[in-house]
Design a protein around this ligand. Structure first.
Ligand code: HEM
Length: 418
């Protein structure tokens, strides 16, 4: 096939949604029109957008592309990542091999499917405690603060050894990082505050270690290897470990919280699907994969920079150009998922790419799956009459955040129904 540059004028990343559960409608047209389109970034540069499943997965598995945030343009922020920023240390989501491999090897053993299954009883207990509190308080409730937000937050805090009582602070800073349209100074101030918080916590772990992950990385299983600033048991400096801790803390609760809330909203708007999840426990895992596919909350895609002049998706990409692979669009590609715009919890959606693909595929995916497969069925069973407490079009949507979802989810139920 001949390789051509598409003549179409560069356009900004599609943002307008007609339906709260569907990605912007423009993606369907782009998938039809061709394999790659020119994309205009807020910083004034021009790159490419890939929308088909096959091309997006190929991009994410291709080692000719870099994940280094200092090379890529952001599809949503106009300002660049500071090139000499020490706060990038340890944030391996934005690193390439061999640095990325070093971190991933170190952490993978903590996040295996098997290891996460061991957390199941504690996760179920946390889910039950929150549902019981909701029941005691009675209807109505906002499902975001009473269910979706605290469950992953408490789980990741316990896993890492971060004090849950500090959540108001770190959630506020994380929200600034993830909100669109913030100015550069606000974003960097929030990141500095988060950094200082985690840096102090790492120091504390050195002298007062516990059994949780951060302490194990600092001091290992057999006491402290040295004073502040020295290499930790994991072979990372305190600064690198600070970056790792921050990445896990922010990624660990914002994402799953939004899947729990938006997924519940979608189920409540599709009563036939929620009835299946409520009545057929064996469908829980399938339902989770399907909700991940259908909703794809990482709404602005995965972003890479070409390290060299190359060809992909039928176009020539120059070294340094940024290519965005829309995982939301890939998950709705009819060439991969028949009838992709229908939510069907009985479907086999195991190949969905909501967790990404390739070497950066989500480290916390097994944990997130566990929280969702414990969360949705328990909620629907305890409150069989659960429904929205406002008209569906009045649920406030997170158009303004990097991670899509709902800001609030007002629900109600019949007290006497149990
Ligand atoms: C990476 C989505 C939950 C930690 C990713 C990526 C996606 C994603 C799309 C790939 C980014 C890229 O390729 O550039 C999600 C979704 C979640 C979720 C949809 C919930 C439903 C979690 C949790 C954790 C976590 C609970 C906590 C441990 C990470 C980390 C990476 C990552 C550390 C970087 C992996 C690497 O670069 O090797 N996630 N995530 N995520 N996620 Fe998640």
């Amino acid at each position: 096939m001949s390789v051509t540059r598409r003549p179409s004028a560069p356009a900004a990343l599609p943002r307008h949604r007609d339906c709260p559960f569907d990605p912007p409608g423009a993606y369907a047209a782009l998938r039809e029109e061709g394999r790659a389109s020119r994309l205009a970034f807020p910083d004034g540069t021009v790159g490419w957008l890939l929308t088909r499943y096959e091309d997006v997965t190929r991009l994410l598995a291709d080692d000719r592309f870099s994940s280094d945030r200092r090379r890529t343009s952001s599809p949503v922020h106009a300002f660049p990542v500071r090139r000499d920023d020490r706060r990038m240390l340890g944030s391996f989501i934005g690193m390439d091999p061999p640095q990325h491999t070093r971190y991933r090897r170190l952490l993978s053993k903590w996040f295996t499917a098997r290891g996460m299954r061991g957390l199941r009883p504690r996760i179920e207990e946390i889910v039950d405690d929150h549902l019981a509190a909701m029941e005691r308080a009675g209807p109505p409730a906002d499902l975001v603060p009473s269910f979706a937000q605290p469950i992953p937050s408490l789980v990741i805090c316990e896993l890492l050894g971060v004090p849950y009582e500090d959540r108001a602070d770190f959630q506020r800073w994380a929200t600034v990082l993830l909100r669109l349209g913030q100015d550069e100074a606000e974003v960097y101030a929030a990141r500095d505050a988060l950094w200082e918080y985690m840096r102090e916590l790492i120091d504390t772990k050195r002298y007062q270690p516990d059994e949780a992950l951060l302490s194990r990385l600092v001091v290992g299983d057999h006491g402290t290897p040295g004073g502040p600033g020295t290499a930790t048991a994991a072979g990372l400096t305190d600064e690198e470990l600070t970056g790792v801790g921050l990445l896990l803390l922010v990624a660990g609760h914002e994402t799953t919280a939004n899947m729990l809330a938006l997924g519940t909203y979608a189920l409540l708007c599709h009563p036939e699907q929620s009835r299946r999840v409520r009545q057929r426990p064996e469908l829980a895992e399938r339902a989770v994969e399907e909700l991940l596919r259908y909703l794809t909350i990482v709404q602005f895609g995965t972003v890479r920079a070409a390290r060299e002049d190359l060809e992909i998706a039928g176009v020539r990409v120059r070294a340094g150009e940024t290519v965005v692979g829309s995982i939301a669009s890939a998950n709705r590609d009819p060439a991969r998922f028949p009838d992709p715009d229908t939510l069907d919890v009985t479907r086999d959606a195991a190949d969905q790419v909501a967790f990404g693909h390739g070497i950066h595929q989500c480290l916390g995916q097994h944990l997130a799956r566990m929280e969702m497969s414990a969360g949705y069925p328990a909620l629907l069973r305890r409150f069989p009459t659960l429904r929205l407490a406002v008209p569906p079009d009045q649920v406030p949507l997170r158009h303004d955040m990097l991670v899509y979802g709902v800001h609030r989810l007002p629900v109600t139920w019949d007290r006497t129904a149990r």
